[in-house]
Design a binder for this molecule. Structure first.
Ligand SMILES: Cc1ncc(COP(=O)(O)O)c(C=O)c1O
Length: 402
């Protein structure tokens, strides 16, 4: 008889992953996967970079590399993060295989079976799965428009004072799935609570570069940069949303003692992240292409968000509520009571549009009143049609209640 581990038995299959299969059907208009559009990737730049590499460097790209990362990329990334105001000198930087691996490594470094981890509710599904795979108990604290709900967090930490959580994991900048951008005030309040309880912060900054307006630029300044001296913060970032997920490159910036443990864990996971893409990413960064590419992507995603938002206003019933995001990939919508979101999803798929239901992002798997639309990879000329289909299904579902 096959006997699976308790850890793997505690994982549920991700609805996102199941839906990804549908998202690739050519006739479906997909608002499902949180990924960049294929047509946006800087293919010509990468062609040029590879073709102009010296033979020795091409060979290096094929080889294994050091566990913490390809040294020239570590240097260029350090410079890049330093320019953003990140405390790169008091911390250590490690390249990881996507930032999901950074989250996974930190989970392994800190979690013993039965430990509690605090997350936001909703929460990035990859992080939920990573924490569960180490048999953590997840405590999801509600998010509102300004960030994590401080009163609920305080109440939770007070109630469980005798068994404090190992860490708190948050995504303060254009949250996946909620699109939320934390206010300065909320960040300050959060830091006060975390300091009082001596709680470690894992700050996931997958989307912070993708703001739509210069006036929110200040608000994407990482807590790692602002509050480095007040609290232990492990910061994670990724090339996935600003270059391409296929590179499978992310990073963590953490204090040296945590870095030491993380390096040991990474050694046992994959020895090193792909040298091939590290060489290419390094040249992309070093040549100044990254800044230009991100500028272009901010415009593209802003336009996609605008088209999606206009179509939602036109086709969705007013009972469905949502907040317009100021960056990132996602719009998070709330349904009126008693709507069966699974039924809406099914009929929407039949008619040709797919999205992700809120339950996927609930650490306790209970939410029935939200859904997520990702506009990042939907071609501009298909967005309105897709939203119209979905709006039709939502209107039908509402009518059937009356
Ligand atoms: C909030 C958040 N963090 C981390 C990741 C992980 O991305 P990657 O492993 O590709 O760097 C994602 C991907 O969707 C995400 O949405």
């Amino acid at each position: 008889m096959i006997r699976f581990s308790k850890a793997v038995n505690s994982l549920r299959s991700s609805e996102i992953r199941d839906l990804m299969g549908l998202a690739t059907r050519p006739d479906i208009i997909s608002f499902a996967g949180g990924m960049p559009g294929n047509e946006l990737f800087p293919v010509e730049d990468i062609d040029e970079i590879y073709n102009n590499l010296e033979l020795d460097l091409k060979r290096t790209a094929f080889q294994y590399g050091p566990t913490p990362g390809y040294p020239p990329l570590l240097e260029s990334l350090k410079e890049y993060l330093n320019k953003k105001g990140m405390p790169v000198n008091n911390n250590k930087l490690m390249i990881t295989t996507g930032s999901l691996q950074a989250i996974n490594i930190l989970a392994k470094v800190f979690i013993d079976p039965g430990d509690t981890v605090v997350t936001e509710n909703p929460c990035f599904i990859g992080a939920i799965s990573a924490f569960k795979s180490y048999q953590a108990n997840l405590a999801g604290i509600n998010l509102d428009e300004d960030g994590i709900d401080i009163q609920s967090l305080k109440a939770f930490l007070k109630k469980y004072k005798s068994v404090p959580p190992k860490f708190i994991y948050i995504t303060p900048y254009f949250h996946n799935p909620a699109g939320t951008l934390y206010t300065e005030q909320r960040k300050k309040e959060l830091i006060l609570v975390l300091k009082e309880h001596g709680l470690l912060l894992v700050e996931d900054d997958a989307y912070g570069e993708l703001y739509f307006d210069e006036d929110v630029r200040k608000r994407v300044m990482p807590m790692k940069a602002l509050y480095e001296n007040e609290l232990t913060i492990c910061y994670t970032g990724t090339f996935s949303k600003i270059l391409g997920p296929g590179f499978r490159l992310g990073w963590m910036l953490v204090p040296p003692d945590i870095y030491q443990k993380a390096e040991l864990v990474k050694q046992s996971m994959d020895a090193c992240s792909p040298n091939f893409t590290q060489v290419l990413a390094n040249e992309f960064l070093r040549s100044g292409r990254m800044e230009k590419y991100i500028l272009k992507m901010r415009e593209v995603y802003r336009k996609r968000k605008d088209i999606t938002a206009a179509a939602i206003r036109k086709y969705f019933p007013p009972e469905v509520t949502w907040t317009e995001p100021q960056g990132g990939f996602y719009i998070w919508l709330k349904l009126p009571p008693r709507i069966d979101i699974m039924a809406v999803l099914k009929s929407s798929i039949e008619k040709g549009a797919v999205f992700v239901i809120g339950r996927t992002f609930d650490p306790e798997g209970r939410d029935n009143s939200h859904f997520r639309l990702a506009y990042s990879h939907t071609p501009e000329d298909k967005i309105e049609k897709g939203i119209q289909i979905l709006g039709g299904c939502l209107n039908e579902a509402l009518k059937s209640l009356k």
